[in-house]
Each structure stands twice: as structure tokens, then as C-alpha cells.
Design a protein around this ligand. Sequence first.
Ligand SMILES: Nc1nc2c(ncn2[C@@H]2O[C@H](COP(=O)(O)OP(=O)(O)OP(=O)(O)O)[C@@H](O)[C@H]2O)c(=O)[nH]1
Ligand SMILES: [Mg+2]
Length: 152
Amino acid sequence: MRIFFPRTWRLFDHQEHKVIIVGLDNAGKTTILYQFSMNEVVHTSPIIGSNVEEIVINNTHFLMWDIGGQESFRSSWNTYYTNTELIIVVDKELYKTLAHEDLRKAGLLSFVNKRDVKECMTSGNLPWHIQACCALTGKGLCQRLEWAMSRL
Ligand SMILES: Nc1nc2c(ncn2[C@@H]2O[C@H](COP(=O)(O)OP(=O)(O)OP(=O)(O)O)[C@@H](O)[C@H]2O)c(=O)[nH]1
Ligand SMILES: [Mg+2]
């Protein structure tokens, strides 16, 4: 995995940044967690509960929580939200739906919808980006973490 973040001011950034990884079951969250922490693919089993790893990248410390995506556990996700600085949403359904020959040349624009509904998050308070990745190779994972870190 490529190591980045050359900014010198980060050399002394020992604050721990809380990250949560959410998404439906089987999306690849645990695989991504261990790509970040061990730079390798581990054998995973579906989890009801969570895994947490402390990860240091270029002297920036992350406490990365991988939260089980099984339906029965989703109502517990909110117990992990306190002090979260970065949310990683892993979505395999989107990929599956769009992996079609007819869409090979299409662009992709994603809307965070229902901004008129009060309880919904808005793009105003939640900066976000879409990044294609492969958790088995680690490709794509680092680029977007770099983008996210610049906003911490
Ligand atoms: N082909 C492919 N398989 C992947 C990728 N990422 C994960 N997988 C596989 O998808 C399966 C599920 O991955 P997990 O990381 O356990 O999924 P999860 O999101 O943690 O699932 P829950 O713990 O049930 O919420 C495993 O067999 C992984 O090897 C990927 O980028 N490509
Ligand atoms: Mg898992």
C-alpha cells in the first residue's frame, strides 16, 4: 500500500482520529480494515459486533472501527458514532448494480438525496467523495483517505 501525506506538520500529529467503516453485510468492510492495518488480505467471517484497529499512517493516528453490517446489528450502529471524524461507507450493492456492459462508458454522478428532510445529512455539513477501490489489492483505498485527512 502506498504511503502518503508528506506534509511536515503532520509529523507531530499524535491526536487519534476516530474512523467508522459502515456498509451492508458482505460489502468488504473488514477486508478494508485489515488492508489498512496489515496491508494484506485476511480471511473474514461475517461479524455481528465490531473490530477496531489502531492504524498509524505517516505519523497520523487513526482508531478505525469496522462495524458489522448484518441487518440485526444495524440498529446498533449509532452507538459507535460519538466523536467520529470520518465515515467510510462501503457499498457493494452499487457496484453490483452498475457492473453492466451497457454502462461501460457512462459517467457516474451520485446524489445525496432528501436534503429537504430535516433529519437527513446535507452535503453542507458532510464533505464526501466517491472512490472506486478493490479491498483485495488495496487499490484506491489510500487516495481517498488522503482527501479525507486533509479535512480532519
Ligand atoms: N472480489 C472482491 N471481493 C472482496 C473485496 N473486498 C472484500 N471481498 C470479499 O467479500 C467478502 C466479504 O468481505 P468482508 O470484509 O468480510 O465483508 P464485511 O463488510 O466485513 O461483512 P460483515 O462483517 O458481514 O458486515 C469476503 O469474501 C472478501 O474476501 C473486493 O474488493 N473484491
Ligand atoms: Mg466484517
